[in-house]
Design a protein around this ligand. Structure first.
Ligand code: PLP
Length: 488
């Protein structure tokens, strides 16, 4: 069935692909969808052909794939390449299984348990339940569902009945997945209240207190607050100590969305950004962002053991989970509410305690990468990102036409190029970004910060070196100068 020689060609093709993912090659080759259509074999044939003959399809895909491992790829909160992760990904495909039962995923279950334990320990959680999910967005959704079940244990059977409204709080700069969660969970987006932020993009604790009071005065039930560890645009870390104190006093579930920034916990130098995060009831951590794992690799941790199972277990699963909680046997608060259980007490069948059914073995690549890098390797990686971000900040500060629009909190830099005519700055950001992309020079995203259209440079690509950052700014300024002339 499996012959290694069958795959040599593919590996060779990948080698060619990666050989152009470096600073002496262009990043992109923008292509019109109609032209691309003609280059791909999009018709799905009636009669197939041997795998050896799929070479042309693979080549046409690779020729048009974006090189996200290129050192000038800064467009999203992920990028780069990690070989141990690649090996883990292949291994997961080859040994294809699902994370729902120990029976079908014995080693993978223990590996996932070990990562849950390790990563909770790094965050200062004494113990926690946890599982990999299909991404930070779904982790946030699940956390809100657990909080809702905690405050309204009848919700599973009765749904959202016509009682008082449940209100959740996030900062104005929180990720849009909370709006989706409020919608999907039946709270309604109007019940997701956005707390104002300070000039650095951090949630204002006093504003949170005021909004919680206002919700109570209206007869609603405040039940959930999420702080963000590394906001998507500015990379800001909310003040967790203060939020935690309010959550504790007001009886709110305290969640942390650390999809982007929880990885700073791997560095002794930078983990103070997470101060107070150990007080959270739940936390999301994407290893496919700063840790450079391939998409998806995302962990949801829930501090109080049993909460995940109580929320997500359902009747009618005895066909799958033979010895576990099934029909009518949902565990009660008292039977599973112990908070400090050793690792053996993590469930051996992950399935009943998550919203997923089939789930890929995402923990495998992270485990392999961790065995490869060790704690020290992760720390060096995170520290190197902060050093590059510092380098970028220095370049911006020193350049007369570049302006940092929001102070740097972590590895996000929100800046713009200031033309002679400042009115044109926003338009110029968009034009320069487009030109960087069209010329294959770099990919960087843009965002709105304080009413300004800014470049959002994010440092999370393990292939990027200091020279790449310098080249990026040189190219950006050169293009901006040229376009500025044309706009006059
Ligand atoms: C990226 C991000 C998310 C979404 O995570 P996915 O894994 O892409 O679903 C949520 N919150 C923040 C702060 C993010 O940066």
């Amino acid at each position: 069935m499996f012959k290694a020689s069958k795959y040599y060609n593919l590996l060779q093709q990948l080698e060619n692909f990666f050989s152009t993912a470096n600073s002496s090659s262009l990043l992109t080759k923008p292509i019109d969808p109609n032209v691309l259509k003609s280059q791909l074999s999009l018709d799905l044939p009636n009669e197939g052909k041997p795998v050896e003959e799929l070479r042309t399809e693979i080549t046409s895909y690779l020729n048009n794939a974006l090189k996200t491992a290129h050192p000038s790829y800064f467009n999203q909160l992920w990028g780069g390449f990690n070989s141990a992760c690649f090996m883990g990904d292949m291994l997961a495909s080859a040994t294809n299984t699902s994370m729902y039962t120990y029976e079908v995923a014995p080693a993978a279950t223990l590996i996932e348990q070990a990562l849950v334990t390790k990563m909770s320990g790094i965050l200062g959680f004494k113990s926690a339940d946890g599982q990999f999910t299909t991404g930070g967005s779904n982790g946030n959704l699940m956390a809100m569902a657990i909080a809702r079940h905690h405050v309204l244990p009848t919700v599973k059977q009765d749904g959202m009945t016509s009682g008082p409204k449940l209100v959740a709080f996030v900062s104005r700069e929180a990720h849009y997945s909370f709006d989706k969660a409020a919608h999907i969970l039946g709270l309604g987006t109007e019940q997701l209240w956005k707390v104002p932020v300070d000039s650095d993009g951090r949630m204002k604790p006093e504003a949170l207190s005021e909004l919680v009071d206002r919700a109570r005065v209206q007869g609603s039930i405040p039940f959930f607050v999420a702080g963000t560890a590394g906001t998507t645009v500015r990379g800001a870390f909310d003040p967790f100590e203060e939020i935690s104190a309010i959550a504790h006093q007001e009886n709110l579930w305290f969640h942390i969305d650390g999809a982007w920034g929880a990885s700073v916990s791997l560095s002794a130098t930078h983990r103070q950004l997470m101060a107070g995060a150990n007080q959270a009831d739940s936390l999301v951590w994407d290893a496919h962002k700063m840790m450079g794992m391939t998409l998806m690799c995302s962990l949801l941790l829930v501090k109080q053991r049993g909460q995940m199972l109580r929320t997500f277990s359902t009747a009618g699963t005895d066909y799958l989970f033979h010895d576990e909680v099934s029909a009518g046997e949902v565990p009660t608060e008292s039977s599973t509410s112990s908070t400090e259980l050793p690792i053996e007490e993590l469930p051996t069948d992950f399935g009943p305690a998550t919203m997923h059914c089939g789930r890929r073995v995402d923990a495998l690549k992270l485990w392999l990468a961790w065995r490869h890098l060790g704690d020290r390797g992760w720390e060096r990686l995170i520290d190197s990102y902060f050093e590059l971000a510092q380098r970028a900040e220095t370049i911006i500060d020193k350049h007369p036409s570049l302006e940092l629009v929001s102070s740097r909190q972590s590895v996000n830099l929100c800046f713009r190029y200031l033309p002679q005519n400042k009115q044109q700055a926003d338009e110029l950001t968009l034009k320069v970004r487009q030109a960087l992309w069209e010329t294959g020079t770099a990919m960087v995203n843009y965002a709105q910060v304080e009413g300004k259209t800014v470049f959002r440079l994010v440092i999370c690509n393990n292939q990027t070196r200091s020279e790449d950052i310098e080249r990026f700014f040189e190219a950006l300024v050169a293009i901006a100068r040229r376009l500025e002339q044309e706009m006059c």
